[in-house]
Design a protein around this ligand. Structure first.
Ligand code: 8YV
Length: 325
């Protein structure tokens, strides 16, 4: 590896991060901040020693297989790595890293924002005021649903799921969760969390669901049409993880038929496109994948990317490398 490796960054990062990367490495920044197309990504992996992609770059086997032997590290700017073919990268001895930990609290805040916004009709109320058609207070106007005392089912109890549980407990929600592995008893106790080994048993009992598991082949459409149909009609769904975990078309249908009470979605199956049915669905708050969009998180994500690169250059194994399950 050259002492100043060529680092290709696919999107614009916070200025502070870009400046530091320019000082430390031979960094090629993105000029346009638009997602790179396949050909440009292939050119990048042929040239770079290190690639810094984001969730908007689909780095599949076709791209990785064309990488030159110079490419040693894909240092993803972000936590989720479902857009990168990890198996192929590891087979080619390319290390892949992500940025865990630094976006946990901000993403959990975003879940809480949606969890409050949907049942309490926050966006509807705001739109009404701005439309100029508010006629004043009325006892039966803008009635939402109480969240205190309701059952929250968290699907995926990793660090974000747990950060959400801590917040939700303070809002009087009863915490339930489904996860590949049960949490240690001491954590369960501190969160008053009930573990459901069988997702199908948990779903019909929940008032609010939050998706916090990663997108993997196993979690693809985990919330399938059949499972969504088993929710109570007053249930709300929040998704800040990845769109692919939910069958989006089925969710849109069920929302339109009032078989699910509402949804708060920060992620979608085919970003940036959002299905028309979903756009027209009632009681639905849709956000443009902004769960971790705080200045603090973006800078710390950049710092993690830099640490992962620098550690490799120093001859050590980067701290946030992805190992195969
Ligand atoms: C990031 C995310 O903003 O980290 C993740 O997995 O989904 C987002 O919050 C995005 O991935 C940046 O690449």
């Amino acid at each position: 590896m050259p002492s100043k490796p060529l680092v290709i960054v696919t999107r614009r990062l916070p200025e502070l991060v870009e400046a530091r990367m320019m000082e430390l490495f031979n960094t090629r920044l993105s000029a346009s901040d638009s997602p790179l197309d396949k050909e440009t990504l292939i050119e990048a992996v042929k040239e770079a020693d290190i690639l810094v992609p984001t969730v908007t770059d689909k780095i599949d086997s076709e791209i990785i297989n064309q990488a030159s032997s110079k490419l040693k590290l894909i240092a993803n700017f972000g936590n989720g790595i479902d857009h990168i073919d990890i198996d192929t990268a590891l087979k080619k001895k390319i290390i892949v890293t992500n940025t865990p930990g630094v976006l946990t609290e901000d993403t959990a805040d975003m879940v809480m924002s949606l969890l409050l916004a949907v049942p309490r009709k926050i966006i509807e109320g705001e739109k009404l005021i701005r439309s100029g058609s508010w006629r004043g207070w009325s006892p039966t106007h803008m009635m939402g649903r109480r969240i205190w005392g309701k059952r929250l089912g968290i699907i995926g109890m990793g660090s974000i799921g747990q950060a959400l549980a801590r917040r939700a407990k303070g809002f009087g929600l009863n915490i339930h969760y489904h996860n590949r592995n049960r949490l240690p008893e001491v954590i369960e106790d501190s969160l008053d969390a009930t573990f459901w080994e069988d997702l199908d048993q948990m779903l019909p009992k929940m008032d609010i669901l939050s998706v916090n598991c990663p997108s993997t082949p196993e979690t693809y459409h985990l919330l399938s049409r059949e499972r969504l149909s088993n929710l109570q009609a007053h249930a709300y769904i929040i998704n800040t993880s990845r769109g692919k975990v939910i069958d989006e078309e089925a969710l849109a249908d069920l929302l339109s038929q009032s078989k699910i009470a509402g949804a708060g979605l920060d992620v979608f199956e085919r970003e940036p496109s959002v299905s028309k049915v979903l756009l027209g669905a009632p009681n639905t708050v849709l956000l443009p994948h902004m769960g971790s969009a705080t200045v603090e998180a973006r800078i710390e994500m950049g710092e993690k990317v830099i640490i992962n690169i620098q550690t490799l250059l120093n001859g050590h194994r980067p701290p946030d490398r992805i190992l195969n399950d």
